[in-house]
Ligand binder design. Structure first.
Ligand SMILES: *Cc1c(COP(=O)(O)O)cnc(C)c1O
Length: 482
């Protein structure tokens, strides 16, 4: 590459229209109307700088684009830059990973009732902290705590930003500078940043580990209790299982021990379902109500896992303990906003009609979706996918198994269907499958599957009707690959 001589460069520069002239041009008026003067001017200067740099290093004669920089060309560059810059970074994707409650993809999808409530809360003033009966200041928890108590059997409830916050706040309010007794089998890490021992020390509480990894007995808890003990705590193992020679002490055994010593029992349920999932053939999870009935004094659980609501942490339990939790200064820092409350209330209301849940609650509808139904979707999407990715690959509709996700055990209980892409020549896919995975991930609405056993697998469980139509349209609009 030859450097441009200074005289050539001067000639080139002289051909570039002035910034003022470009900004005043008819082509630029709509851009300024849409993005405002400041942004357009900055983008224009960036485009001119980029042009100058390439003009200085490149051979202008060999690059007609450089010698013909004009207003239409600048317009195209600036419009593209502004469009890319202003595109939302948070984008809708197709979750074809087979994991329904996918933490990296935003967990639970919410029902229409929540969507409508959120729009209302976004665009109109609401009685967030205003008591309409008395005309005086209210408490945002009052909007929803009766409903949570009704569904869980607890005396009192409060809501914070997520379950990690719920655990942090509970420990801070009830156990600062004191000891909390936890089984060594329950010192879990949930997705990297949430580890029980770390949360404990952040809350200013001292972890008192008891038992062993595989076996903990009631007497282990009993022997650990001393004058500094504030709480006994149980943590749902969520994402791992200990099997074989094991022993865990149930809430119904620990609670009487705690109460006989004048202590409280806190339970971190993690997913915390409000209904018995076994009714629909899903793995049994302890419900919040059972946990309260078994004697837990405080129970914490997530809003956006099996509950199927927005990101939130729910804390339920004894009235005096919830009052103490609500008075702690951290509560103010961890509280939820109106959008969360607006989205959560309709979800909780759906639980009043449990027989309708698999129809109305998106999470449960997806978890219980029949495999035949998913098979139908696979057959309809198959031709569009095959057409879009070309004859180098073969697409087949095959049975597969979905996961619940978000701390529910990875057990094979969700028979599903999906599209499996392999190399047409029968060879191992390697980099070709990686390239295909990337191609799908880079579509206007990214398509996310997973590569396993030399195939790209797209589980269609989470592809409901409207999304199915959109996916087929997107694939059909692709230029045919070959
Ligand atoms: C998921 C989970 C958490 C964290 O909940 P978030 O709502 O993600 O903050 C805490 N404890 C247990 C046992 C969990 O499963």
């Amino acid at each position: 590459m030859s450097d441009v001589s200074s005289s050539e460069l001067r000639v080139l520069m002289a051909r570039v229209p002035s910034v003022d002239k470009v900004m005043a041009s008819a082509e630029f008026a709509p851009l300024i109307g849409e993005y405002g003067r400041t942004q357009v001017l900055n983008a224009l200067r960036d485009a001119l700088d980029a042009w100058r740099i390439s003009a200085q290093s490149g051979d202008a004669a060999a690059n007609p684009a450089l010698s013909a920089l004009d207003t239409p060309q600048l317009h195209a560059a600036v419009a593209a830059a502004l469009l890319a810059r202003n595109a939302s970074r948070l984008r809708s994707v197709f979750n074809l990973t087979g994991t329904v409650l996918h933490t990296n993809l935003g967990r639970a999808l919410l029902p229409d009732e929540s969507v409508r409530a959120v729009i209302g809360a976004l665009t109109q003033p609401a009685n967030l902290e205003f008591d309409l009966a008395t005309g005086t200041r209210g408490d945002r928890d009052d909007l929803i705590d009766d409903l949570i108590c009704e569904l869980t059997g607890a005396e009192a409830a409060t809501v914070v930003n997520n379950n990690a916050a719920a655990v942090l706040l509970t420990l801070s309010a009830l156990a600062a500078k004191k000891e909390v007794v936890v089984s060594r089998g329950e010192l879990v890490e949930i997705g990297g940043a949430f580890r029980i021992p770390d949360i404990m020390s952040r809350a200013g509480a001292k972890l008192r580990e008891v038992g062993t990894t595989n076996r903990t007995h009631l007497q282990d808890y009993e022997q650990a209790i001393n004058a500094r003990t504030a709480l006994l705590m149980k943590v749902h193992a969520s994402n791992y299982a200990i099997s074989g020679f094991t022993k865990e002490v149930g809430i119904d055994e620990i609670a009487p021990l705690a109460h006989a010593r004048g202590l409280a029992l806190a339970v971190d349920l993690g997913s915390g379902t409000l209904v018995d999932l076994a009714e629909w053939g899903l793995p049994r999870e302890p419900t919040v109500r059972e946990t309260v009935v078994a004697g837990a004094d405080v129970v914490t659980f997530s809003g956006d896992k099996l509950l199927g609501g927005p990101q939130a942490g729910l804390i339920v339990g004894r009235r005096d303990l919830i009052a103490k939790i609500k008075k702690h200064p951290l509560k103010r820092a961890l509280r939820v906003g109106k959008l969360t409350l607006a989205a959560l209330e309709p979800v909780l209301q759906l639980y009043r009609a449990p027989e309708k849940l698999t129809e109305r609650l998106t999470t449960l509808r997806l978890l219980t979706r029949p495999a035949e139904d998913i098979h139908g979707a696979a057959q309809r999407v198959l031709p569009a996918l095959q057409q879009a990715i070309g004859p180098r690959y073969t697409v087949a509709a095959e049975p597969m198994v979905s996961q619940i996700g978000s701390g529910a055990l990875p057990v094979d209980v969700l028979p599903s269907y999906g599209l499996v892409v392999r190399m047409a020549d029968g060879k191992r896919g390697g980099r070709h499958l990686l390239a295909l995975e990337k191609q799908l991930r880079e579509m206007a609405r990214p398509v996310l599957g997973r590569i396993a056993d030399d195939a790209l697998r797209l589980d269609l469980r989470c592809l409901e009707a409207a999304d199915e139509a959109q996916l087929i349209a997107q694939l059909s609009a692709q230029p045919q690959s070959n």
